[in-house]
Write a protein that binds this ligand. Sequence first.
Ligand SMILES: Nc1ncnc2c1ncn2[C@@H]1O[C@H](COP(=O)(O)OP(=O)(O)OP(=O)(O)O)[C@@H](O)[C@H]1O
Length: 261
Amino acid sequence: MSDVSIVLEGVSKTFVDGANRVHAVERVDLAIARGEFVALIGPSGCGKSTVLRMLGDLESPSTGSVTIDGVSPGEIRKRRQIGMVFQEANLLPWRSVYDNIALPLEIAGKSAVPGARSIDDLLELVGLKDFRDALPWQLSGGMRQRVAIARALVLNPKVLLLDEPFGALDEITRNRLNIDLLKIWTEVGITAVLVTHSISEAVLMSDRIFVMSPRPATITTTIPVTLPRPRTAQMQRAPEFFDLVARTGEALYRPFETEAA
Ligand SMILES: Nc1ncnc2c1ncn2[C@@H]1O[C@H](COP(=O)(O)OP(=O)(O)OP(=O)(O)O)[C@@H](O)[C@H]1O
């Protein structure tokens, strides 16, 4: 299937540290289409980030297989086709916004990548054209995350992995950035995987939501988000939105309610 980008088959992960074993992920099967935006949501500590880290080749599965465009995450990372954004922007404090975005190019020893946008285009895309020469301390938290997004896109990746990228920001900024991220995603046309704790964020952003169980994480429910695109902030007040939030919440809280019953 040529329109499939990411495939996980029977993926489990157990961390072993001496006598300690943490069974984090249990038999996850997933297929994500090229250009799709999906969210992984689950209780704290269930293993969401571990799944994302396996996609980014920062961890490897104990069993099962992960492929991106038919090859391993390691191969995709070697080709520098994965962009990642974390909760912390991790910018180099002595480098300007422009130079922070340029860093992956420098590390790759390239001045440009075929098909990639120029840094000036990326600055425009993330709304930081006027902050090209600013240093990280001169930016708000939201602006720093915008830089991190531009930096993640500078090598023209095939996949964008987002681990709670706006989790440390206030709700108004987060909402604004989410809408802007959707515009960027639409314009770039990239496959995006978002790890989030926020049900409403998952609904606002995604084509599909994968609800995960408490650890060891497995996917208990897949919720297709039928809201039209482009998504807007106003949609968050529509009955369909509330309905999707309720359905996702029900799937998320079900294991705890069963436990308490
Ligand atoms: N490198 C590691 N070594 C040992 N245990 C680990 C490692 N990385 C993660 N874990 C454990 O695996 C489990 C899942 O962690 P993970 O970070 O994937 O959860 P999460 O769902 O993303 O959590 P949160 O929502 O709180 O960020 C946790 O119990 C964590 O302590």
